[in-house]
Design a protein around this ligand. Structure first.
Ligand SMILES: Nc1ncnc2c1ncn2[C@@H]1O[C@H](COP(=O)(O)OP(=O)(O)OP(=O)(O)O)[C@@H](O)[C@H]1O
Ligand SMILES: [Mg+2]
Length: 364
């Protein structure tokens, strides 16, 4: 469901913003420092409870404010309101959905599936495996309802096992208990991720082929589960106990899973140009949105920061064409109006917003 109303108070330089976005393409234009990225940041906080710019949400509160308050409304009958508020002095945010207090951020994520494409997103290929795991888990979370519970069990078992290892408490019985817990849920998590990747792969290949035809090149995207695939995870954990104890943490498992993209058997980040890497990441993110719709009938919302700076004109066009075909809600920013307007078919509904010194000045 698209957002049809956004009101932000005390978010960075957006002290008091009221926006009625369209269900289709929302073009956000403004000079450097006007507040475009902050607007996307606000939507991101509404969808995930956290910012993509800072680890500490209080840094996103306007310097002169004591709190930030963000409201979004998902269109529908009845409409579905979401609110996130963070006081400067409070350790955590308060979240409300449809008038009820919410304790789990996962509930926000479920209501508002978001895909962010910004300059940092383009580091997906060369950055740490954690960002690729997050990408993979976004997909599995949104299409497999049991994912979140299993993921929490894995996290809990790992936390306990690692605490024992860190304090060198080799109480064999207790560690054996957590080995079994971790193996049980770790294997289930791996199955969900494997299943997701099976559905994802053909969609990704099709999207990438249009965005970046690498004629004749052999492109492979492979999922690595985090332990030797020929052995049972429980066996791996038992055998690794001594060496894990030496290291002070669990060395193998779903917490080490990764995605590996290779072009003609070489890592993509070593072979592709910067621009080509951006196209691969764009294809990954578009493919996730497409698959979400195929499997669940739900569409995600795309937040795209400064697209013209990231892709050349031809590729921008193909990229936007995919967004049009997917008919999802898009928020896309740029410093110049022209480069964003030419990208769409005349039939695609779009609204242009101007941001100036933290205010939305008009709308076309
Ligand atoms: N906590 C804060 N309180 C008030 N203003 C802030 C805060 N944090 C950042 N700002 C200011 O908010 C303004 C908007 O920043 P933002 O990154 O959203 O701009 P932008 O339109 O995306 O610019 P660019 O085109 O350069 O990317 C900046 O001038 C910045 O200095
Ligand atoms: Mg910006």
């Amino acid at each position: 469901m698209p957002l049809d109303r956004l009101t932000f108070l005390g978010l960075r330089n957006l002290q008091n913003m009221d926006m009625r976005p369209s269900a289709g393409v929302n073009l956000v234009i403004g000079d450097n420092g006007s507040g475009k990225t902050s607007l996307l940041e606000g939507i991101h906080i509404l969808g995930l409870g956290r910012s993509f710019r800072t680890q500490h949400l209080k840094h996103a509160i306007h310097h002169d404010s004591t709190a930030l308050t963000l409201h979004g409304r998902l269109s529908g009958d009845p409409p579905f309101p979401i609110g996130v508020r963070r006081e400067r002095s409070a350790p955590e945010s308060t979240i409300r959905m449809a008038g009820e207090a919410v304790t789990r951020v996962a509930q926000l994520a479920e209501a508002l599936p978001l895909q962010l494409i910004n300059p940092d997103a383009f580091r997906l290929l060369e950055g740490s495996p954690a960002s690729r795991r997050e990408f993979l888990d976004w997909g599995a979370f949104h299409v497999k309802h049991e994912f979140f519970d299993i993921w929490r069990h894995v996290r809990r078992a790992l936390k306990h096992r690692n605490a024992l290892l860190r304090h060198a408490k080799m109480d064999r019985q207790t560690i054996a208990f957590w080995d079994r817990e971790l193996a049980r849920y770790g294997v289930q998590l791996d199955e969900l991720r494997t299943d997701y990747m099976k559905s994802f792969l053909p969609v990704f290949e099709e999207t990438l082929n249009e965005l970046l035809p690498l004629s004749g090149a052999d492109i492979s995207l492979r999922y690595f589960r985090g332990w030797d695939h020929k052995r049972s995870y429980l066996e791996v954990l038992r055998d690794a106990q001594d060496s894990d104890l030496q290291m002070g943490f669990t060395q193998q498992g779903p917490q080490r899973a990764d995605l590996r993209i290779r072009i003609d058997r070489r890592p993509a980040k070593e072979v592709l140009s910067r621009g080509q890497q951006k196209l691969v990441v764009s294809a990954l993110k578009l493919a996730q949105g497409r698959l979400l719709e195929t499997l669940t009938g739900r569409r995600c919302i795309y937040l795209i920061d400064d697209l013209p700076a990231e892709l050349d004109a031809g590729h921008r066009q193909v990229f936007c064409h995919w967004l049009e075909r997917m008919r999802c809600q898009v928020f896309i920013t740029s410093v110049e109006r022209e480069s964003l307007q030419k990208l769409w078919q005349s039939s695609t509904p779009r609204t242009m917003f101007h941001v100036k010194h933290g205010c939305l000045i008009d709308q076309e």
